[in-house]
Design a protein around this ligand. Structure first.
Ligand code: ZN
Length: 187
């Protein structure tokens, strides 16, 4: 197990879709341990395999606070099977050191995945909690989607990226989210 280098925004492989895991082998469990170790070393809430240069559909999350025991969650081949509601979430990412911006997210999601032992589980995360948002954020990484693609204001986001010497928004990657926007405007 080791702390791995986290790829920075601008690296092409962060934009590539990741492959399904066919078997939760030793290689995959080693990958999970490296993800966890790296996430904890960098004080992240979540980390996806493509962020350490491995394009497999695996991510980890831990939303416990500093005074709580660790509570690692492992998601292999995740699928979001239900989503509803909308919220604005101020997010950052270990691949975007120090850069935070507001993005649109679903308020409730249900995810189905395999755990570290290859057993299927279903998890509901409701109410726009940190877990709800982290699941959506990490899931996106597996399809080469980054949080800035969901930004509420691309000009604000560009300002933040420039401030931290990161490449600008790629307009072709921006995601149109009329349903989320409509829901947010109703509130
Ligand atoms: Zn991220």
């Amino acid at each position: 197990m080791s702390v791995r280098n986290v790829l920075k925004y601008g690296t092409q492989s962060l934009r590539e879709p990741s492959k399904e895991v066919h078997k939760v082998s030793k290689k995959i469990s080693d990958l999970v341990h490296d993800l966890l170790e790296t996430m904890y070393a960098k004080n992240g809430v979540g980390l996806a395999a493509p962020q350490i240069g491995v394009n497999y559909r695996v991510f980890v999350i831990d939303v416990s606070s500093n005074d709580e025991p660790l509570h690692p969650l492992v998601f292999i081949n995740p699928k979001i099977i239900k989503k509803s509601g909308a919220i604005i979430s101020n997010e950052g990412c270990l691949s975007f050191p120090e850069a935070y911006t507001d993005v649109r997210r679903y308020k409730n999601v249900t995810v189905k995945a395999l755990d570290i032992n290859g057993r299927p589980f279903i998890m509901e995360a409701n109410g726009g909690t940190l877990l709800t948002r982290a699941i959506q954020h990490e899931f996106d990484h597996l399809d080469g989607i980054l949080f800035i693609d969901h930004c509420v204001n691309r000009f604000d986001a560009d300002g933040v990226l420039a401030k931290y010497d990161l490449p600008p928004i790629d307009p072709d990657k921006l995601i149109s989210e009329p349903e989320l926007e409509a829901e947010l405007n109703n509130d």
